[in-house]
Design a protein around this ligand. Structure first.
Ligand code: NAD
Ligand code: DAU
Length: 333
């Protein structure tokens, strides 16, 4: 099996490539990544010495390049995206380009070469839930995205569905909740707070911190993707989540405690405009149909390992930290 991974220099993609190379000895991987501010080639530098891995620096919107790479492989797993909500509120343009035109470009290539395609998407396409909503997101929840980021991800999902129906493209879609773990960019909530504390800066909580996210370890997400590739039904959507609902205040307090600080020693900053209140996934379809279940069931343990990874790998995140905090300072957050 030869696969093309897009966005493999990013957080989830690089963890996926590592998992595949470690556990699928007869698979080889091409990683197509533009190395935007969010991509870091160092994440897979060690893997570059294996003959089963090849890095290609390029844009998923480059139709000729995408066509030639898709022709070489059996399947495409599409992670590449502009992925950060705060950035999308500041400048939506690259989100439209990469998330919509990039997905379209890949779909046209898999259509032409008749290749298997898996589309990585997000639970944010469903909008948000009230804190006391008894229901969670499931595969038939109507789309209702809130931000430029989530609306372009929703649009990309719609393109995939249309290419399945109109052109019989062999695609599946997964919509996952918030991931945490190693190699996540320091702009995101958990790594930002850990690296702030390492640098002697107080953690920053948007608004009141009541917003709930449904946390899943990145390895559990990627193992679910492998199950969908192996056994998922073509044309189907699978929601991925690990029953990990926590509000942001609880998460910040736990990070402070794990790092030996007073759990109340954080500051409130201005809220994100249009901030989604709560995400929550019902992953029954994935669990019952494909037999997937999460391995990281204790959030505290997974978070502790994540804290230790950022403490031990400062060289990996140091360059991005200063630029990220400058960007947040401009936004007042
Ligand atoms: P990330 O921002 O860490 O990585 C994105 C990667 O895509 C980077 O390496 C970047 O260089 C690359 N990229 C961006 N534009 C590109 C282009 N035009 N051509 C080629 N490469 C390009 O993102 P992530 O958090 O790893 O998310 C990966 C995917 O998972 C995204 O599709 C995202 O929507 C989805 N997702 C993320 C989460 C989460 O919690 N992070 C949850 C659910 C779904
Ligand atoms: O639900 C899946 C989505 O999760 C993915 O599709 C996105 O790519 C990913 O970025 C993530 O989106 P969020 O907006 O939920 O993640 P973020 O890490 O930006 O923020 C998580 C929560 O923490 C959110 O409620 C905002 C809040 N927050 C964030 C930062 C950066 C803070 O309170 N303080 C902060 O400094």
């Amino acid at each position: 099996m030869k696969i093309l991974v897009t966005g493999g220099a990013g957080f989830i993609g690089c963890n996926f490539v590592k998992l595949v190379l470690a556990e699928k000895p007869d698979w080889s991987v091409i990683n197509l990544d533009l190395l935007t501010y969010a991509g870091n080639r160092e994440s897979l530098r060690a893997e570059e010495s294996t003959s089963r891995y090849r890095f290609v620096h390029g844009n998923i919107c480059d139709a000729a390049l995408v066509d030639s790479l898709v022709a070489e492989v059996d399947a495409v797993i599409h992670f590449a995206a502009e992925s950060h909500n705060d950035n999308s509120l500041h400048d939506p343009s690259p989100f439209l380009q990469t998330n919509l035109i990039g997905t379209y470009t890949l779909l046209e290539a898999v259509r032409k070469h008749n290749k298997r395609y898996h589309h990585i998407s997000t639970d944010e396409v469903y909008g948000d839930l009230e804190l006391d909503d008894p229901d969670r997101f499931h595969e038939t929840t109507p789309y209702n995205p809130s931000s430029p980021y989530s609306s372009t991800k929703a649009g990309s999902d719609m393109l995939v569905r249309a290419w399945v129906r109109s052109f019989k493209v062999q695609a599946t879609i997964s919509n996952c909740s918030n991931n945490y773990g190693s190699y996540q960019h320091v702009e995101k909530f958990i790594p930002r707070q850990i690296t702030n504390l390492i640098d002697g800066i107080k953690p920053k909580l948007y608004g009141k911190g009541e917003n709930v996210r449904d946390w899943i370890h990145v390895e559990d997400h990627n193992r679910a993707v492998l199950e969908i590739l192996a056994k998922g039904r073509i044309g189907e959507t699978y929601l991925i989540g690990a029953d990990g609902e926590k509000n942001n205040k609880e998460v910040i307090e736990l990070i402070l405690e794990l790092m030996g600080h007073d759990p109340k020693d954080y500051e409130h900053v201005s809220d994100r405009p249009g901030h989604d209140m709560r995400y929550a996934i019902d992953a029954s379809k994935l669990r019952t149909e494909l037999g997937w279940k999460p391995r990281y069931t204790a959030f505290r343990d997974g978070l502790k390992a994540t804290v230790e990874w950022y403490q031990a790998n400062q060289a990996w995140w140091r360059a991005a930290k200063e630029a990220t905090e400058k960007k947040y300072a401009k936004l007042g957050r």
